[in-house]
Write a protein that binds this ligand. Structure first.
Ligand SMILES: Nc1ncnc2c1ncn2[C@@H]1O[C@H](COP(=O)(O)OP(=O)(O)OP(=O)(O)O)[C@@H](O)[C@H]1O
Length: 267
């Protein structure tokens, strides 16, 4: 996947906001890359462009030599909020994309069971989302994306609503699944430890307009588990990336405070 000089501006003339500003990087086959940056740096905009949900942009996002301007069949997406269907059981949630494609019930259930096992929800097939925790519901969403066998997985803050322990453990699951399925993965996050725990490389973005500030290689051994968070090397990477990020996050915070002050002045 190649992201080449991508620019996205919203609005016209004086009102225009450049959300993504000449962003270029690539994600190699089977690689896990995280994009990290402060709130407002254009992460979700970039995610939506790559996922084909925002068709109008400048530059090129290329997958299999094809310029992306709509959803691509090789791409699966996982969103911030879990998006289970409350009226469907776990197995019917996960099998849903296969049902849409007209796959026979026994086959779609077999495939759904495989992915339910992969995300660690064996035994919960007949439960309904209301009977599951937030982390379990997010795992159902992930299994439902994986059931279509996407070669490329895009995830936008998939663990944002979860507590730190669940985050770390789900991170382990994601690492195991990626090792098994070898998808190319792009994770959008503002969580430093999550980015370092999971990635081969991290793209650090600047605050508005969102440019690439740095691309950092994470040379932590694989296979990797959440135990890695206790290592010196892990701490070193987190400190190094925070150093880059701090400047951008502070800029974002200052700008927000200025806007709030101006709003108060104007009543
Ligand atoms: N549809 C839109 N119309 C106008 N401006 C937009 C639109 N979508 C995003 N923006 C602006 O583009 C900038 C980047 O937004 P985006 O949501 O991509 O950032 P982000 O890094 O994902 O932020 P967060 O982490 O808070 O979700 C912001 O200034 C936002 O206000």
């Amino acid at each position: 996947m190649i992201i080449d000089d991508v620019v996205k501006t919203f609005g016209d003339a004086e009102e225009a906001v450049t959300a993504v500003d000449h962003v270029s990087f690539n994600v190699k086959q089977g690689e896990f890359v995280a994009v990290i940056g402060p709130s407002g740096c254009g992460k979700s905009t970039l995610f939506n462009i790559i996922g084909g949900l925002l068709g109008e942009y400048d530059g090129n996002v290329m997958i299999d030599d094809e310029r992306i301007s709509g959803p691509h069949p090789a791409v699966g997406m996982v969103f911030q909020e879990e998006s289970t269907f409350p009226w469907r059981s776990v197995i019917d949630n996960v099998a849903f994309p296969l049902e849409l494609r007209g796959v026979a019930k026994s086959e779609r259930y077999d495939r759904a069971r495989h992915f339910i096992g992969l995300v660690g929800l064996d035994g919960f097939e007949k439960r309904f989302p209301s009977q599951l925790s937030g982390g379990m519901k997010q795992r159902v969403s992930i299994a439902r994306t994986l059931v279509s066998n996407p070669r490329i997985l895009l995830m936008d803050e998939p663990f944002a609503a979860l507590d730190e322990q669940t985050r770390l453990l789900l991170g382990d699951k994601i690492t195991q699944i990626q090792q098994e399925l070898k998808q190319t993965t792009l994770l959008i996050t503002h969580n430093l430890t999550e980015a370092v725990q999971l990635s081969d490389r991290i793209v650090v973005m600047t605050y508005r307009p969102g440019k690439v500030k740095r691309i950092a290689d994470i040379n932590l051994q694989r296979p990797r588990t959440s135990d890695v968070v206790g290592s010196d090397a892990f701490g070193h990477y987190v400190a190094e990336i925070w150093n880059d990020l701090r400047e951008e996050a502070s800029r974002g915070m200052q700008e927000t405070e200025q806007v709030a002050r101006a709003d108060r002045r104007h009543g």
